[in-house]
Design a protein around this ligand. Structure first.
Ligand code: AMP
Ligand code: MN
Ligand code: MN
Ligand code: MN
Length: 291
């Protein structure tokens, strides 16, 4: 494959959060399908980064360390990717730990709510399903499925775990401006994840929202994405160009936990090209890329 056709994926999850594969396995899978540049972006943790970076070095593909956070905005919670944090500051480590503490306090509340509704799942079985330190609603959904209380993830979220679900409980989130500041101070780039999933009344509202986020320190938007429509993709490209924001592309790969998101593939299931990483790489000043 010539370098112009290089495939990338800048949004993936491993067993360090709610993905089905280990960081090393994801890198090996990426290598096997021809991905030349990969980012690992687990929820609220950088625990998987060193394993992924080592395997990337071994496999001969380029790797960007990352993570994904849920942050507060004037439109509710949205997801932010922090890409290219090679040397996390103490402030960033503290922020991630505070978010994980919010999870540790929230999870028992959701389980208690489920128990009160008559669904007998325990924190220890959820912890076992999670494996890593980051335990989230997807793991609680797995436990509900395993007990036969629900048929699948969608039913688990719709009935119990969504913000209007019967067992929902809130967890702490940082303000977007603070999260952007901490990421940028650590040398990373804060990028709005999957803007197409936020739910705008139209593209004017989307543009106005992203304009406000830029004023709060946002520096990029995920354009190429597995659940974006072609129209969302086109509009996001236009908005990014107009606002001089970095574009990015990622699948949101989780393995069997979200089978519809396939590694290396974004909008319309198309492979994501290196064009969706060029501006990011320019900003990160990554020393030595292989292509
Ligand atoms: P948490 O991080 O524990 O608050 O859980 C949020 C995560 O659950 C998201 O990052 C998604 O991976 C997953 N999720 C949210 N909504 C749904 C849904 N409707 N179906 C399946 N997974 C979902
Ligand atoms: Mn997830
Ligand atoms: Mn997300
Ligand atoms: Mn994600």
């Amino acid at each position: 494959m010539n370098s112009d056709e290089q495939i990338i994926d800048l949004h993936t999850h491993s067993t360090a959060s709610d993905g089905a594969y280990t960081p090393g396995q994801i890198v090996q899978m990426a290598k096997s399908i021809g991905i030349g540049l990969l980012a690992l972006t687990d929820h609220d943790t950088i625990d998987g980064i060193s394993e992924a970076a080592r395997m990337a070095e071994f496999s001969g593909i380029d790797f960007i360390p990352g993570f994904e956070l849920s942050v507060k905005t004037d439109k509710g919670a949205v997801h932010l990717l922090g890409l290219g944090v090679y040397n996390p500051s103490a402030e960033l480590e503290t922020l991630l730990e505070r978010i994980r503490k919010g999870r540790r306090e929230r999870n028992p509340r959701i389980i208690r709510n489920l128990n009160e509704l008559g669904y007998n799942i325990t924190l220890s079985e959820v912890r076992e399903l999670a494996g890593g330190e980051v335990i989230g609603r997807p793991h609680i959904a797995q436990a509900l499925i395993r007990h036969g209380y629900v048929a699948d993830y969608n039913e688990a979220f719709k009935r119990f775990l969504n913000s209007n679900g019967a067992a929902y409980s809130h967890r702490w989130r940082p303000d977007i401006a603070y999260a952007c500041e901490v990421i940028s101070n650590s040398g990373g780039i804060p990028i709005l994840a999957h803007p197409g999933l936020i739910g705008f009344s139209g593209f004017d509202e989307m543009e106005a929202f992203i304009t406000r986020l830029k004023a709060s320190g946002l520096r990029g938007v995920e354009v190429h994405y597995s659940h974006h429509s072609r129209e969302q993709h086109t509009q996001l490209l236009r908005i990014a160009k107009k606002l001089d924001l970095i574009i990015s592309g990622g699948s949101d790969f989780h393995g069997a936990n979200h089978p519809e998101a396939r590694l290396g593939r974004g909008t319309d299931g198309e492979f994501i090209s290196i064009e969706y990483a060029r501006a990011l790489l320019d900003q990160l000043h990554v020393a030595q890329l292989r292509y």
